[in-house]
Design a protein around this ligand. Structure first.
Ligand SMILES: *[C@@H]1O[C@H](CO)[C@@H](O)[C@H](O)[C@H]1NC(C)=O
Ligand SMILES: *[C@@H]1O[C@H](CO)[C@@H](O)[C@H](O)[C@H]1NC(C)=O
Length: 244
């Protein structure tokens, strides 16, 4: 009896061990935030892939995501117009256009929600166009490859920006914009086919871009008594066209 029981027991133990190993394997692969063909980079490692060494791929970081942009060599390689972006995360420069010194930083401090949205959109462009190869350990990913509070904060700010822009669009659609044209010789002109031109504050603009701005909208005569409507300088109150 005993040998027979041992015979039954050993495959059972073997199967159990295999099941446990498989479970551990899947648990660890589920836990790892990185895709199997991606890896972690330090800033120093990433700097090697700046396009100087022709035998190495060219890599670019944005919001801590690292992409292989070698197929865009004419832009990102040595002497290319976007070479500043190679071998580093210069997220801020995507909106500041400042490629000198500290302008080449991944800090988004003080940027408006529309600017942060634009950087998140750029990351989307790289995801669609180039091959993701890993994450840069630092501001946006920790040493395990998990998103940091800075990344979550930037993404939240970008989606707030997107919501505000959508809301502004809906609001402004209620009051049609003026037509406009500008030429070197004749200067600028705004006009309305229906109603008359007025300058109005864009109420959400300060939340979106961080600065005040006005737009030209068309108001019918019976809508002109509301507050906040500014007549163009040197324009008759009921003129359909104003020089600007
Ligand atoms: C650019 O990459 C090369 C090697 O690929 C490296 O020697 C050089 O230090 C890098 N430049 C910077 C500014 O990191
Ligand atoms: C670029 O950024 C650096 C560092 O913040 C600053 O000193 C410089 O004035 C900026 N240049 C431009 C053109 O904004």
């Amino acid at each position: 009896m005993i040998p027979a029981r041992r015979f039954l027991l050993s495959p059972f133990v073997g199967v159990t061990v295999i099941v446990v190993l498989v479970a551990l394997y899947f648990r660890s692969s589920l836990k790892s935030p990185l895709h199997p063909n991606q890896r972690l980079f330090s800033a120093e490692e990433l700097a090697l892939y700046n396009g100087t060494d022709e035998t190495l791929p060219i890599l670019l970081g944005i919001l801590g995501s690292v992409f292989d942009v070698t197929k865009g060599k004419s832009h990102y390689g040595s002497g290319g117009g976007y070479n500043h972006f190679a071998g580093r995360d210069a997220s801020r420069a995507f909106v500041s256009g400042n490629f000198t010194g500290d302008g080449l930083t991944d800090s988004l401090q003080g940027l408006s929600s529309s600017e942060v949205k634009s950087i998140v959109d750029w990351r989307g462009f790289y995801s669609r166009t180039y091959i993701p190869v890993g994450k840069l350990v630092g501001r946006y990913y920790d040493s395990q490859g998990n998103p940091t509070k800075h990344l979550k904060g930037a993404e939240a700010k970008a989606s707030r920006g997107a919501q505000l822009m959508e809301k502004q669009k809906t609001e402004e659609a209620k009051q049609p914009s003026c037509d406009s044209r500008w030429s070197q010789d004749e200067g600028g002109e705004v006009w309305c086919d229906v109603g008359v031109p007025r300058l109005v504050q864009r109420p959400l603009e300060i939340a979106i871009t961080g600065s005040m701005s006005k737009r030209c909208a068309c108001f019918k005569e019976d809508e002109l008594d509301q507050s906040g409507l500014e007549v163009y300088k040197d324009c008759e109150p009921l003129a359909k066209t104003c020089r600007v």
